[in-house]
Design a protein around this ligand. Structure first.
Ligand SMILES: Nc1ncnc2c1ncn2[C@@H]1O[C@H](COP(=O)(O)OP(=O)(O)OP(=O)(O)O)[C@@H](O)[C@H]1O
Ligand SMILES: [Mg+2]
Length: 261
């Protein structure tokens, strides 16, 4: 959470006291900077039909970490991303995001908490067709309460940060795959989320574009972003300082290694 975004310029009306029960109220954020961004304890996920996709996962992600969640197809990586990203709730076990036990929140409150704290990047980019790169990035601030002009200004800054200052008005179909993914990353980080979750972010890219995307994620992490990259690719995982290996829905290794690069 970026404290500077709390003071929305131009917002009319009187200042109200923080509501500690409202996760959408930045002033009510109970987190300590030393707390984990997200913590899973004993998380199980059973899909209807009886597939146990996650079986007792414990995971703690600290601020400014860069980690890989790596495992073979069907091991439960995307399921874990959905649970960590609060897009889905566990069957059993606890998920704490930015100090909130998500089991205590309504779906509406949870959506607000997610919008405030998490940015998502997907293998297939998920950009809105027919609108510019800049407007796609500004979508990442739709629920920020910022006026449109400020959203567009920050979108321009974010595109500059990912090296696309010269592609602001290009629409998705006018961009290369690697550029589309950089737009998607700009959209995910423009609101300065506490956690960036990327599911196979290089999966649709050639190796050069994929390497550029990983380089960008490293740079964002050096600037302080907390990033989890989901991948089936051990080589990509090996580039990152922490690797959480999952197999058959369980964490089978959690290693912090000196990064290779
Ligand atoms: N909606 C669902 N309903 C039922 N079973 C599901 C559902 N989604 C996933 N599964 C099952 O849960 C297990 C884990 O799936 P998940 O998508 O998390 O794997 P993954 O590690 O992301 O695989 P991949 O690398 O192929 O994307 C698989 O056995 C899958 O068949
Ligand atoms: Mg998957």
């Amino acid at each position: 959470m970026n404290a500077t975004t709390d003071l929305t310029p131009g917002t009319p009306g009187p200042t109200t006291a923080a509501d500690p029960t409202d996760p959408t109220d930045p002033a009510a954020d109970p987190t300590d900077p030393t707390d984990p961004v997200v913590e899973l304890a004993g998380v199980t996920k059973a899909y209807p039909g009886g597939v146990a996709a996650l079986r007792g996962v414990d995971l703690r992600v600290a601020r400014a970490e860069l980690l890989a969640i790596v495992g073979p197809s069907g091991s439960g990586k995307s399921t874990l991303l959905h649970i960590v990203g609060t897009l889905d709730r566990p069957t059993a076990g606890a998920v704490t995001l930015a100090g909130h036990d998500i089991a205590t929140l309504s779906d509406r409150r949870l959506s607000a908490l997610r919008a405030q704290h998490i940015g998502f990047v997907f293998q297939s980019f998920h950009l809105v067709p027919g609108i510019s790169a800049r407007d796609n990035v500004a979508e990442g601030l739709l629920y920020s309460g910022l006026p449109r002009a400020e959203r567009r200004r920050r979108a321009a800054d974010a595109l500059d940060r990912v090296g696309l200052a010269d592609r602001m008005s290009h629409r998705p179909h006018e961009l290369s795959g690697g550029q589309k993914q950089r737009v998607a990353i700009a959209r995910a980080v423009v609101g300065e989320p506490d956690l960036l979750l990327a599911d196979e972010p290089t999966g649709a890219l050639d190796s050069a574009s994929g390497a550029a995307v990983m380089e960008l994620l490293h740079d964002l992490n050096k600037e302080g972003a907390t990033i989890a990259v989901i991948t089936h690719d051990s080589e990509i995982a090996a580039q990152l300082p922490r690797q959480v290996r999952i197999r058959d829905g369980q964490v089978v290794a959690d290693v912090r290694a000196a990064a290779k690069r």
